[in-house]
Design a protein around this ligand. Structure first.
Ligand SMILES: [Zn+2]
Ligand SMILES: [Zn+2]
Length: 319
């Protein structure tokens, strides 16, 4: 069995600001979102399993263009949500309804789609997507509120040779959902391991995950060990320079520190904006190409391993 990771999207969650005149906002090229499909391929080249990580706006548009899901080859065996924020869940209605209608048109009774998320994220989806939760989804709620840097129970899948391990991460307002009581860490990163490779999906996070750079407890050290040396590291990177205090997302300066600890082979920057850097500063208004060039230059200066870039829609990683 071959396993592929395919990048989804149609626009990055924070890429454009209404009323902004920067080069990034003026670029009409569709961009990757914080979503990937894990697609398992049999010896005949057919997709026999599909797990979708996050369902932001535009994800369905890229799924219908995925060469493995054309026409009756479309399939969806599970959804995994990193967290409840709307830029990761807004496509749930379009996805559930369009997939079910497509199956019915082919004479297939649609099964409920397994959905994995943490308890506080479930609280959000149950309210905001009550119709989808009730009609289309089969929730698998991880009832764990362990703090950032804790390895959680593996996600159950039908794939014997793929292991998906969630790790608790801190992510600003996601840690406090309006429909859940108190602080309960709602967000997870994922380590996807196959026989041949390790891939880390590390979005969204804030700048309070210092355990990524300097793990202290045995739990944090175990989490970093699991993530370290990955073939592919997808990582939330929203702007260039560090902010003072708590910020919603990490800067590239934060990411460089994490990369020194995690030592990935290939790094892919997700959730890019640059707007928080402010007009005229590094990062502000940069296109993906400008970000990749500047990030690569700094990567080399710091002696970090492998390459760094921004992924594009439809990029395929062979796992
Ligand atoms: Zn978020
Ligand atoms: Zn996000």
């Amino acid at each position: 069995m071959q396993h592929l990771l395919i990048v989804n999207g149609i626009d990055g969650p924070m890429r454009k600001q209404f009323g902004c005149d920067c080069a990034r906002c003026a670029d009409s090229t569709p961009q990757a979102n914080t979503s990937v499909s894990l697609v398992s391929i049999n010896a005949d080249g057919e997709a026999v399993h599909h797990l979708l990580f996050d369902v932001g706006v535009g994800v369905v548009d890229s799924l219908v263009r995925n060469p493995y899901f054309i026409g009756s080859n479309a399939r969806l065996d599970g959804i995994i949500l990193s967290h409840w924020h709307p830029d990761h869940t807004l496509g749930l209605n379009q996805l559930c309804v369009s997939y079910h209608l497509g199956l019915r048109r082919r004479g297939i009774t649609p099964p409920k789609i397994p959905l994995w998320c943490r308890r506080t994220s479930a609280a959000w989806v149950q309210v905001q997507n009550e119709y989808e939760w009730r009609s289309f989804l089969c929730p698998h709620v991880s009832d764990e509120s362990y703090p950032p840097g804790t390895i959680l129970q593996p996600v159950e899948t039908a794939l014997p040779d793929v292991r998906i391990t969630p790790i608790s991460v801190s992510h600003f307002s996601a840690d406090r959902c309006p429909y859940a009581v108190g602080v309960s860490y709602a967000c997870a990163a994922f380590v996807v391991e196959t026989k041949n490779s390790k891939t880390v999906l590390l979005w969204d996070i804030d700048n309070q995950n210092e355990w990524l750079a300097a793990p202290q407890t045995e739990s944090e050290k175990a989490a970093v060990t699991l993530m370290a040396g990955a073939d592919n590291l997808f990582i939330d990177t929203c702007f260039w320079r560090n902010k003072t205090g708590r910020s919603t997302h990490p800067s590239y300066e934060n990411v460089l520190r994490y990369a020194h600890t995690l030592q990935p082979q290939q790094t892919l920057l997700m959730h890019m904006s640059g707007h928080p850097d402010g007009r005229g500063n590094r990062g502000w208004g940069w296109t993906n190409a400008e970000w990749t060039a500047a990030a690569s230059e700094e990567w080399a200066v710091q002696g970090l391993p492998g390459t760094v870039c921004l992924p594009g829609i439809g990029d395929i990683l062979d796992l």
